[in-house]
Design a protein. Structure first.
Length: 434
């Protein structure tokens, strides 16, 4: 049964991956057609074609390797300086440029002269290239909201899980009380496991982070605490201790290894599945976007640890970069966890949502062959043309993105090497969940 559920999880992630890729390319396709650009092909995947059907002027299909997709637009790059496709050069760098330019015109048909991608105004080209990543962002937001507001997420609550017997500085990293340790305020006040704190020092709250902040802000003060016990409200009185506790960052997350002196009550909060309202969901998603941007910026620095995990049997870091194979494996593990099916589905949707968020951010990097590279080229062309118009100089014409293809090949080579490294690490030393 466990193996079957593992396979089911992988299959559902693969389906989510295909939908995400198809949705991305549909974003490009929709606006390309809206702006009159001819699109001969819309394909999900790479390699041999498994299925295809031609509708109108576009061939729609699925290929064997579901690790990407593309649409082919006519005239992605402008012609050479002489207005024609340049002759083959003996220079390997020049050859790359000419190969890219030739591919952009290889399916040129009569009447296509006014339907070329490069002839569209820069703002239209920006929209066409941005529409793909933006589609992934829309899907990510929709999935995140579905989980946050529909299923809920696991988080700490105001319900007491256990009560500490004494006051121990968290930096000491011990759980056993000594005779010299004072009794915890929670134990002295009579707080019990299962109590739900509904008000602290006159402030009613059902939010754990707010309750935690209130406790921290009142060291050495005697305060009333209203709890719900056995369906009835009960008021307890506690003198909050001053203790060394874990530091919080601006988003309310604990900072590992850093401590501050603050108020301490002395209990562990129970976790539970809590549905979020729209406002809390937006804040949660904003935090995740910030974390994703930070992770993307920190990616180069994680390569040595990734290499060691792949080839030197070093432990795999929990925040280590993970590829499609690793994510599929996590998708399988989700459905083997001993949690309710609704939470398994919620975690799987979160995984696909995170994948779409990563697709958006990664594709927005201003590097060819990524969408962000074409967007940067269109914006640069717009800047040049507007500046020339302002200075009453001749129109410099389209910016020849094809001249950057040697750089694009280098970038693509780096991406391929990184993808292979992640793939090896995902196979021999995968990230696991518990």
């Amino acid at each position: 049964m466990t193996t079957l559920m593992f396979i089911l999880g992988i299959g559902l992630f693969a389906l989510g991956l295909l939908v995400s890729i198809a949705w991305h390319e549909l974003g490009h396709l929709s606006f390309a057609k809206l702006f009159g650009i001819r699109v001969p092909q819309y394909m999900v995947g790479f390699g041999p074609t498994v299925w295809s059907r031609k509708k109108g002027e576009t061939e729609y299909g699925i290929k064997a390797v579901p690790f990407g997709g593309y649409i082919r637009m006519i005239g992605m790059f402008p012609p050479g300086d002489d207005g024609r496709i340049s002759a083959r050069s003996t220079s390997p760098w020049r050859g790359m440029i000419e190969d890219a330019r030739s591919a952009a015109f290889e399916e040129l048909q009569p009447g296509d002269e006014k339907r070329l991608f490069y002839t569209r105004k820069p703002w239209k080209r920006v929209i066409v290239m941005f529409a793909g990543p933006f589609a992934n962002l829309i899907l990510a937001v929709a999935l995140f909201l579905t989980v946050l507001m529909g299923f809920g997420i696991s988080q700490q609550t105001n319900t007491v899980s256990s009560v500490s017997k004494c006051v121990i500085a968290q930096s000491q990293n011990r759980e056993t009380c000594k005779a010299s340790d004072p009794a915890s305020p929670a134990a002295a006040a009579g707080l019990k496991a299962g109590d739900k704190i509904i008000a602290f020092n006159g402030v009613r709250t059902d939010d754990w982070n707010k309750l935690s902040d209130l406790i921290r802000a009142n060291p050495d003060k005697t305060v009333p605490i209203v709890v719900e016990r056995d369906g009835k409200d009960l008021t307890l009185t506690a003198k909050i201790a001053s203790n060394q506790v874990a530091k919080k960052d601006s988003s309310g997350q604990y900072v590992q290894g850093e401590y501050v002196t603050a108020g301490f009550l002395g209990f562990s909060a129970a976790t539970g599945i809590v549905k979020q309202d729209f406002g809390d969901s937006v804040v949660w998603m904003g935090d995740r976007v910030g974390e994703a941007v930070d992770s993307l910026a920190a990616l180069p620095g994680k390569i040595p640890a990734l290499w060691n995990a792949a080839f030197d049997d070093a432990p795999r870091e929990p925040d280590s970069p993970m590829g499609v194979v690793g994510a599929a494996r996590v998708g399988g593990e989700i459905f083997t966890l001993d949690i309710p099916p609704t939470q398994q589905l919620a975690m799987a949707l979160m995984l696909v949502a995170g994948f779409n968020l990563s697709l958006f951010l990664f594709n927005m990097l201003p590097l060819l062959p990524l969408d962000g590279g074409h967007i940067a080229g269109a914006l640069w062309e717009s800047l040049r043309r507007n500046l020339a118009k302002l200075l009453k100089r001749p129109d410099p014409g389209p910016f020849d993105v094809a001249k950057l293809m040697p750089v694009a090949y280098v970038v693509a080579g780096i991406f391929i090497c990184f993808t292979v490294l992640v793939l090896i690490a995902d196979v021999v030393n995968p990230v696991r969940i518990s």
